[in-house]
Design a protein around this ligand. Sequence first.
Ligand code: FE2
Length: 364
Amino acid sequence: MAFSSLDIKGFDYVQHYVGNARHSAYYYARLYGFDIVGYMGPETGVRDRVSYLLNRESLTFTVTAAIVPDHEIHQFISQHGDGIREITFEVVDVYSAFEHAVSKGAEGFKKPFTDKDEHGIMIRGSVKIYGDTILTFVDRSKYQGLLPGYQAYEGPQTKLQDTGLKAVDHIVGNVEEGRMDFWASFFENATDLETFIHFDKGDISTKFSSLVSKVVRSKNTSVRLPINEPADGLKKSQIEEYLDVNYGAGVQHIAIETDDIVSSIRAMRANGVEFISTPASYYEVIGARGDGIDESLAELEELDILIDRDERGYLLQLFTQPVNDRPTLFYEIIQRKGCEGFGQNNFQSLFESIEREQAKRGNL
Ligand code: FE2
């Protein structure tokens, strides 16, 4: 069977490798509104790691830590710090997706395998992508649970205010200078995605730094993967800072979809999530971008929420501060009202804000 991008149903779970899984589980439960639904560890017969399964609507994270020395998880976090190890596509047929990817040059990481438990059968197979990240194809059509290997979590739920977060919208990778085209072609060939937007030098830049970016997505738009590489600037770009402190390529941010960004951001701020600040001047020069929107501009300004639009509609978005010890991974909260873009007109103010933070860390 030939593999086509239409066989990609969407993003599935995201796996984080972390230093302390229990702490990370509480962080995402309390600040981001996840339910802790599953647990894996010595009590469930797994001797080398502890993992928690977190869920909110279609959004599923696992946070996993090693509990024995010299483990591959330690190697990952020794190199990169806490970060994203695994991203996943839900597909119709894992075998054809995997075989297609490998035939187009992807390096296999784990051949298709089957897990069976009381919830049914799940099939998965993984290939290597940028940095130490793996991409896993998941077939859950015969599986009624969330993920195999986890026992129902019976500890306390520590959720604060609910956040309304519901699904992954896009996952962004930062790759080394000169490697963006390689990875865009990789996803085009190996996973049948197509290039949707290309930002060249000068499209997105401040006085100090700029980036070049390509967005690949499936034809049915169920998955979208922007890929950034650093571009020359007077000072170190945010992509370069990421590559330096992450010691290599990796996932830069995950955009999470909500149906009501005003309530989501209000709840997340109350829960203690830190967001990047938006310059006051942003709303003064918002002009036509703010016309005809359903939300109150004053409320968006109060919460620092950014607006962008294309010919199809508009989107609202806001970016968190980096969530780990190193300034690597962060999140974007996004509400789309027809717009298929990524907030490119906001990148300028985003850049200026990030550069203020970089300057505080002495990395600009
Ligand atoms: Fe984004």
